[in-house]
Design a protein around this ligand. Structure first.
Ligand code: HEM
Length: 480
């Protein structure tokens, strides 16, 4: 029996180099909880694709008027766009339709949230530095695509609220100097909303963008496997389980019970500052078990959210009505900062340069968000490390970088509050016109203040101890 199994193994090994794959089974995953955020994002993507496939069986990407025959009494017998009626059907008449629609919705939110948190973990621990800059840039692309995925999905039910919000995107796209009008016509299928908009968005939402995300995730993972994870600084030299030999340069600490993986099969110790090897759980079976737990926890959270929290109530909004505009329009929380830029950039900022019109809508809606993304993408080349760095850093030991990170987070938060200016004005019993200059000023002042305070609290002004400490810990490496 055993020899038959070996023969089968050899057959596959000849063709697929399975031995190489079993090397991967020994790849080490540092046992850090915050390193699981990327996995949460990954599992959300899996849930998004699987629930999306279910929804696509019942969704009709068309604005052709059809008679509604479903169970929402208010609309029975009415002629409404097929896209809208099909989402009503999914929600109220298709078995498990409401649950899976809600799961798709909450998975989209958790996807973006986990990407943002994952990105913050990578940022604050300096894991973007040499040699991981390419993966940081790929990640930035993934963050942008995840937002486009959500935006295009938002339009699909073709209800009054969503189509008005999506129309804002049409105006922003049209505001791009020189190429705006043709580009908006290509993406939106003519001047929004036309009968071509929904089929085009459907194609982008279910195929183009997920395929691009899947491709980039594959590149992201391939780079990760090739480069290995960063690892938190070790407390001391490490003696692998079952070995009594200390590390070459000193007494070791016992790593028994951590599933330590070492390069030479577990015999020799590893010096504290040896970054040629990662200490952590082997991919199989230990990390696979942890990942399975993360997967089921992600599913459990999404099921709970879907079970208890309703999503975008299209029956209440009704089908798209070109003749009316809902009183309060706001995008989802993760697009709110971009909407905030649109609100705070004053119309007098529109200029004509060499006969080309640069509108305030373009500045707020595309230029500023574009600059934020560009800033994120080039950051590892600003905070450059000349030599490869494989240990992650403590954010408390890096006042400048941590201050920049806190300032950037505050900037996005203030911009998001500006996006909710109608609500803020209501709470403060004032008008949005009166509020706006304050929001514009806050967008500059609050992040600068937050960054400066962070820098001061971490000893950036004059306290050299923290810097020296991190360097002597072997973490900081050579920086420009
Ligand atoms: C679809 C979105 C994404 C998925 C599924 C994903 C997945 C992952 C996973 C599973 C890991 C390994 C475990 C971990 O460190 O969490 C990882 C590492 C990494 N990710 Fe992402 N990620 C995504 C987006 C991003 C973004 C937006 C950035 C930054 C802009 C980024 C930058 C990185 C870097 C630099 C590493 C290596 C970190 C290290 O070695 O410590 N990723 N990613």
């Amino acid at each position: 029996m055993a020899s038959r199994l070996e023969a089968v193994y050899d057959w596959f090994d000849d063709r697929l180099d399975v031995d190489d794959a079993s090397d991967f089974a020994g790849k080490a995953f540092p046992a850090e909880d915050s390193y699981l955020l990327g996995e949460v994002a990954l599992f959300c993507f899996v849930v998004l694709v699987s629930t999306g496939v279910f929804l696509a069986f019942f969704y009709e990407p068309s604005t052709t008027a059809v008679e509604y025959e479903g169970s929402v009494a208010r609309y029975q017998g009415q002629e409404m766009p097929a896209a809208f009626t099909s989402v009503l059907n999914i929600t109220y008449d298709v078995p498990f339709g409401m649950l899976l629609r809600r799961m798709h919705h909450w998975a989209a939110h958790l996807f973006v949230a986990s990407i943002a948190l994952h990105m913050l973990r990578v940022f604050f621990t300096g894991a973007y530095r040499n040699p991981r800059e390419p993966n940081w840039v790929v990640g930035t692309g993934l963050a942008g695509l995840s937002m486009f995925a959500a935006y295009t999905g938002y339009a699909l039910p073709y209800d009054e609220f969503a189509s008005t919000a999506v129309g804002i995107g049409y105006n922003v796209a049209g505001s791009i100097p020189l190429v705006g009008d043709p580009l908006a016509a290509i993406v939106f299928g003519g001047s929004f909303p036309t009968s071509a908009t929904i089929p085009r968005f459907f194609f982008m939402h279910v195929f183009l963008i997920p395929a691009a995300i899947a491709g980039l995730i594959a590149v992201h993972m391939a780079i990760l496997i090739r480069q290995k994870h960063t690892e938190a600084e070790r407390d001391g030299d490490v003696v692998p389980p079952g070995s009594s030999r200390p590390a070459a340069d000193g007494a070791g600490v016992d790593a028994a019970g951590t599933g330590t993986e070492v390069a030479d099969g577990g015999r020799a110790g590893i010096a504290r500052d040896d970054d040629s090897i990662v200490i952590g759980l082997p991919a199989f079976p230990n990390q696979a078990a942890v990942s399975a737990v993360v997967f089921f926890l992600t599913m459990a959270v999404l099921s709970l959210l879907a079970g208890f929290l309703p999503v975008h109530n299209i029956a209440a909004y009704g089908p798209n009505d070109p003749a009316s505009t809902p009183s309060l329009i706001m995008p989802d929380w993760f697009l709110m900062w971009g909407y905030g830029f649109l609100k705070v950039v004053p119309s007098w900022m529109s200029v004509d340069v060499l006969g080309v019109h640069i509108s305030s809508e373009f500045i707020g809606g595309l230029l500023l968000p574009g600059l934020v993304f560009a800033g994120v993408a080039v950051w590892p080349f600003i905070d450059r490390a000349e030599e490869p760095e494989h240990f992650s850093l403590n954010p408390l030991d890096r006042p400048p970088q941590t201050a920049v990170g806190i300032a950037a987070m505050t900037f996005v938060m203030v911009a998001s509050i500006a996006g909710m200016d109608v609500l803020v004005a209501e709470i403060l019993h004032t008008s949005t016109a009166e509020l706006r200059p304050y929001l514009t000023a806050a967008l500059v002042v609050v992040p600068v203040a937050a960054g400066t305070i962070t820098y001061a609290v971490l000893g950036g002004f004059g306290d050299d101890d923290s810097d020296d400490a991190s360097r002597s810990d072997g973490g900081e490496g050579d920086h420009d």
